[in-house]
Structures are given as structure tokens and as C-alpha cells.
Design a protein around this ligand. Sequence first.
Ligand code: SF4
Length: 367
Amino acid sequence: MFPLLKYTEEEVESIIAKTDSSAVLASLSKERRDWFDLLALISPAAYAHMDAMRDAARLARVRYYGKTVSVYAPLYIGNTCVNSCRYCDFRIQHTGTVRRNLSLDEIRREAEAVRATGIDSLLVVAGEDPRVNTVEHLADVGRLLKSMFSNLSLEVAPQTEEGYRELFKAGYEGLTCFQETYDPVRYRYFHPAGPKSNYEFRLWTQLRAGKAGFRQLGCAFLLGLSKWRPEAASLAAHAIYLMRECYEAKVQFAFPRFCTAAEGFQPEFPVDERDLELMMLAFRIVFPQCCMTVSTREPPEFRDRIVQTAADNMSAGSRVTPGGYAVHAEGDVAQFTLTDSRPPAAVYDAIRCNGQEVVFKNWDRRI
Ligand code: SF4
């Protein structure tokens, strides 16, 4: 569990199991909700009220985000990695992956290909390789890209607060770091070696970035590694903590479901689509102000539906291999399987068909 929580996993499960229909309705009828309401809204008793939850989430979403959906794309700049995450095909032991780190010129060509699709918000992604992806290199990448995109975010190895200050100066202002699991015992099992084996250093990543000035702090766990309800309770507690400590930043939720990669790791706790939707609706209702993204791991029908009730942000036309947009031919082992492989224009069409507006830019630090 999130270490500052006063409740054990068993206690959280017991609160959830005791939730009945009237408790769900009581949480739904409130104007302001708290962590206990989140537990009620993710409980099995909430299944019977999913239509009411869709209505409440839709209302909260429209209040804060209007009828808009922001779009972004990830840009993988390298996939060498010194970590040993048992579920990832970029781990150091995996030999089937073509390893590459893009040069600055290749990164520029990739970025131009993304920019040509209209995308103006970029997530720079890299494996953890301290020999290559140093703060200096990531800062060079940021300085190169900041003139091309109005918003730059990072999903790379956790850095020190000082490192984040340098990266903020270089142009990044958003950060995503999945905790993977808040259960320290499982965390140790899934991350047996490498810098990522340090649970605590990873856990306080968003706090360090927030203190360094980052404007958007992305949090998530990897759905499938552990029981999802206690993980969701931890995620909510983590978010409440960050909102207090980094009140100038915005918390962003993601709900990445485990997708089978090339070697076929099978998660012990798979999450089905109904539970995924329930969790996303609950987070939108309890945290109406927070950003929420829906991954390209999800099928198009689900993504098109959930951006009308819960998520406000989605990737479009993603490639999850370094060089996948322009520089290198297809065929590498990707970090995970993409379920929504529509080109960006088809994603924009689907958003507009649902009466929503595609937002390419909702922030521009260059102005
Ligand atoms: S999940 Fe990230 S840190 Fe772990 S092996 Fe894959 S790329 Fe490396």
C-alpha cells in the first residue's frame, strides 16, 4: 500500500467488501468526495450503479474540460535499459529486442513526423540507461524539441530533484512515472535488479519533480501485477498527498492495463474492461479536477467511449519503438502491444463524431 496510508491491504479490502448499495448512492450524491468515497465507488456494490456513475463522471468531466479531448504522442528515443522488470521486453536480459538510441538528428526527424499529424504535445520516452540517458542528454533533447511542441513531458528513469530542475529549465514540464505496484513485496519480485529495484526512490519521483517546478505529475500502477482495488486505493492516497505537497501542479492519472509483449508475460491479476471502466469513472467522480489519460493499449471502442465520461486526454497514432514514426523500418519488438492502431486522423474523426473537439494545445510555455 502507499506507505503513508494508515490502512493495511486487508483493512482496505474489508472496507470495500462491506460497502453496500446505499453507501455507493450516498457517495454519488455528495458534492465533494474523499478517499472513502473512492473505495465505495470501486466496490463490487458499485456495478449496479454504473449508469449513474457514467452520468456523474460525464458531468464532472464537462465542468472541468468541456467537450474537449487533448491529444498527444509518445516519442521513444531509446530502448536500452539496465533494469530487469520481469514483464517488459526492454529488460536487460531480453535478447530478442533490437536495441537502439536515436541521435539528436533522428529525434528531430521523428518529431517532425509527429508534428506533421497536428500533434503538439509530446511525451519523450526512454529506457533506463545511465550511460546514455543522462540529464545532460535529456536536456539536449528537450532544448531541441521545445521549439517544435507547445508541451513536452517525460517518461524516463526517475531523477533527483536537481536533475528535474535542469530538465524543467530545458523545456519539460510534465512527468509520468508508473509505480507499477504499491505493494513493496511484489515490487521487489517484479524488479529484482537495477536502479528500479529501489521502491522508495521511485515512489517519491513525482514529489521531486513537483518541487522542481513540473506542472503535470502523472501517476499510475500497472494493472495486472497485483489486486487492482488495493492498488487503486493506494493511487488515490498518493494523488491526495501530491495535491497537498505540490499544490501548483496537476495530478494526471493513467490506467495502463497489462498487454502481452513478445515473450508473453501473463499477469496474475488481469483486469477486465468492466473493472477498468468502473475504476476510471470512480477516479473522475472523486477527482474531477485531475487529468486522466487513456492508453493506446485499449481498443478503439473503449477509448472512444471513455473519453466521453472519464478521460480527457488520449494518445493518437502512437509508435512504441525508437524510430517507429520515420527513421526505421517496422518490425522491432515493441515495449507493449498497441490495441488501437488507428492513424491520428481516424482518432480525431472519432472524437469529432462524438460531438467533442480535438485539442492540440492547451498550454504553451513559449508564450
Ligand atoms: S519497464 Fe522500463 S525500466 Fe523496466 S525494463 Fe522496461 S523499459 Fe526498462
